[in-house]
Design a protein around this ligand. Structure first.
Ligand SMILES: [Zn+2]
Length: 389
């Protein structure tokens, strides 16, 4: 982690309208001739980034990589690595949502390793050197992937998180203008991811004073602006959500995520729910669960009182006076952004579905939750979240 932080302090972040135009000076600073461009073509055209990029990359040899599915798959990474090696680029640019940025992180770094990408993702081998400079340009305000040193990848349907200091982008150009054309459903799903990452980071076992500062700001910004950015977007609400997303990314880069993210991966792979919605569906039930932490089931070494103080902070940030009203506030944010507010509303009502979700839980993320969970407690939590309308 100290290495990651060291590199984090060296990476350059521009968060402002028209930040994308900085790409020209970055290219000339590194005297780049060959660029590997991981791009979501729909996002690139809709956001208006394509014209800025076409101008900036006019004098470069560009290898575009754009045929990939939502949520990175190992096969996509491997195809990207083969294309990268054929073209020997000097810089990688990622433009799109979390998938494009995560793919670019993995392709740029894994392509220059002597060990096989699959073996590295599965944890059999280590990353040994850094790839070429990576410029991350998010077109959604959600994952904060431009601020983290990890990347999600699915191998044979199972989710893995590759973590290494070399995966942190060297440049992050966070340009709110690129989010202005986002449809409401994408603004909602991605904004919910930022909101949940901020809340989970606040109660995470891995949280530090620094991560809590980022997460507090991200939570306040998303609680204040997420609903309006969906219902009635303005340049101010778009800017606020870009800040929330980036700050939540910085927060989880230190603290990592917890139980709602652990439960979200099977919700996405089994039920096709967009990532942010899959996470948000269990955020209120997890707030209720974590608020009842006791000494025997407290995972955080700082103890029960510390965890309870963190829960009170979250209740305050949500503008609530107690845990039930804070849970209600979370559900109203989901409803007001046009998303299902419970598993029932998402059509996941059967005990066999809950059991399947629990079997697919990500153990590493779950172990970062402040209160210990068991299959039984999770089953109770998922079934009670159905009664608690
Ligand atoms: Zn997330």
């Amino acid at each position: 982690m100290s290495e990651a932080l060291q590199k984090a302090s060296l990476s350059s972040v521009t968060l402002a309208p028209a930040a994308l135009s900085e790409i020209t000076s970055i290219l000339s600073k590194h005297a780049v001739k060959r660029v590997f461009l991981v791009v979501d073509p729909v996002a690139s055209a809709a956001s208006g980034a394509d014209t800025v990029l076409a101008d900036a990359l006019n004098h470069c040899e560009v290898t575009p990589f754009s045929k990939f599915q939502l949520n990175p798959k190992l096969e996509d990474v491997q195809r990207g690595i083969a294309l990268f090696r054929d073209n020997d680029p000097e810089m990688v640019i990622a433009l799109g949502g979390g998938t494009a940025i995560d793919l670019a992180k993995m392709i740029g770094t894994l392509a220059v390793q002597s060990n096989d990408a699959r073996a590295i993702v599965l944890g059999h081998n280590q990353i040994q050197c850094d790839g070429p400079p990576l410029v991350a340009v998010p077109t959604t305000a959600g994952t904060g992937s431009e601020a983290t040193h990890f990347a999600v990848v699915y191998v044979d349907g199972d989710k893995y998180s590759l973590a290494d200091p070399t995966l942190l982008p060297d440049y992050a150009l966070v340009d709110p203008l690129l989010t202005h054309s986002l449809p409401a459903r994408i603004t909602a799903a991605t904004g919910l991811d930022a909101f949940c990452q901020a809340i989970e980071s606040l109660w995470a076992v891995g949280a530090t004073e620094e991560s809590c500062e980022y997460a507090t700001q991200a939570a306040l910004l998303s609680i204040g602006h997420l609903v309006s950015s969906v219902q009635n977007p303005t340049p101010e609400s778009r800017m606020a959500m870009c800040q929330a997303s980036h700050l939540a990314g910085k927060a989880i880069d230190i603290s990592k995520t917890t139980a709602s993210h652990a439960l979200s991966y099977p919700l996405t792979s089994l039920h096709g729910l967009p990532h942010g919605i899959a996470v948000a569906l269990t955020l209120a039930p997890m707030l209720g669960f974590n608020s009842e932490v006791t000494a025997p089931d407290c995972v955080d070494p700082r103890g029960v009182d510390y965890v309870r103080r963190r829960i009170s902070t979250i209740v305050d940030l949500l503008g609530a006076t107690d845990v039930p009203s804070a849970c209600k506030k979370i559900r109203s944010i989901l409803s007001d952004t046009g998303c299902p507010a419970s598993l029932v509303e998402a059509g996941i009502t059967h005990p066999s579905q809950w059991e399947q979700i629990i079997r697919g839980v990500n153990a590493e993320r779950m172990s970062n939750n402040p209160r210990r969970t068991t299959s039984d407690s999770l089953l109770r939590l998922l079934s009670e979240s159905n009664d608690d309308q």
